[in-house]
Design a protein around this ligand. Structure first.
Ligand SMILES: *Cc1c(COP(=O)(O)O)cnc(C)c1O
Length: 220
């Protein structure tokens, strides 16, 4: 079942890609799955796994170690940093100075980070306002425990396809602009979930985070 879902998603990605060289990595979001169900996802050949809470993430780290590439995609409470930070390969939710300072203090090795941006400006969403991203980067740049790799966003649930596409486009333009200053390593765009990943790929996503459409059928 999951193999079939994966095939469908891969073929839609191929159609949405801008050029043959455009690489899109699928993160299987396993936050709703047990350790046993997550084993099935790994055995299907998916190497990038996404988790959004420490209490779901840590038992899986215990079970699978560094067999998967671990993406922490949920908002991270400052007081939880110590428990999880050294197990994370990619943090998608760096969005405030207090979090950056805590990571700098607790991490024993650099972690690849996406800065989470609230493109829509909606109050309820986590992430930095677009206008604050540049200053934030200036403050984080000297800190050696965070390697800034790109930008992440989540589209609001109620937005239209057109609005979502526009927001993904805006994130891409911001990435392009920041890359001129940060260098070619600042190249990633984490955007797109089950309902909107095709739009995200059309707009240049390099990581898409897919739960329901890929692994939803494994939930009991
Ligand atoms: C749950 C989650 C996803 C995946 O959502 P689906 O709609 O199930 O694909 C992606 N990104 C984040 C940050 C999430 O919390």
């Amino acid at each position: 079942m999951i193999q079939q879902q994966l095939k469908n998603i891969q073929s839609l990605i191929e159609q949405a890609k801008q050029t043959p060289a455009h690489q899109v990595e699928i993160i299987a979001v396993t936050k709703q799955l047990s350790v046993e169900q997550t084993r099935i996802v790994l055995d299907a050949g998916l190497q990038h796994l996404g988790e959004n809470r420490p209490q779901g993430f840590l038992p899986k780290v215990e079970a699978f170690g560094h067999e998967p590439v671990w993406h922490f995609i949920g908002s991270l409470q400052t007081r939880k940093v110590r428990d999880v930070i050294d197990h994370i390969d990619f943090l998608h939710s760096l969005d405030r100075m207090s979090l950056a300072q805590e990571i700098q203090k607790r991490a024993t090795k650099p972690v690849k980070c996406f800065i989470q941006v609230n493109v829509s400006g909606e109050d309820s969403k986590h992430g930095l306002a677009v206008k604050d991203v540049r200053d934030f980067i200036e403050q984080v740049k000297p800190m050696d425990k965070m390697e800034l790799v790109g930008l992440m966003t989540m589209a609001p649930l109620e937005a239209s396809r057109e609005e979502i596409k526009q927001q993904f486009h805006q994130l891409r333009l911001l990435r392009d602009e920041l890359r001129e200053n940060l260098g070619p390593e600042f190249k990633e765009l984490s955007m797109g979930m089950s309902g909107d990943y095709e739009l995200a790929v059309e707009e240049g996503a390099t990581f898409i985070r897919i739960g329901t459409a890929l692994v939803g059928s494994l939930k009991e």
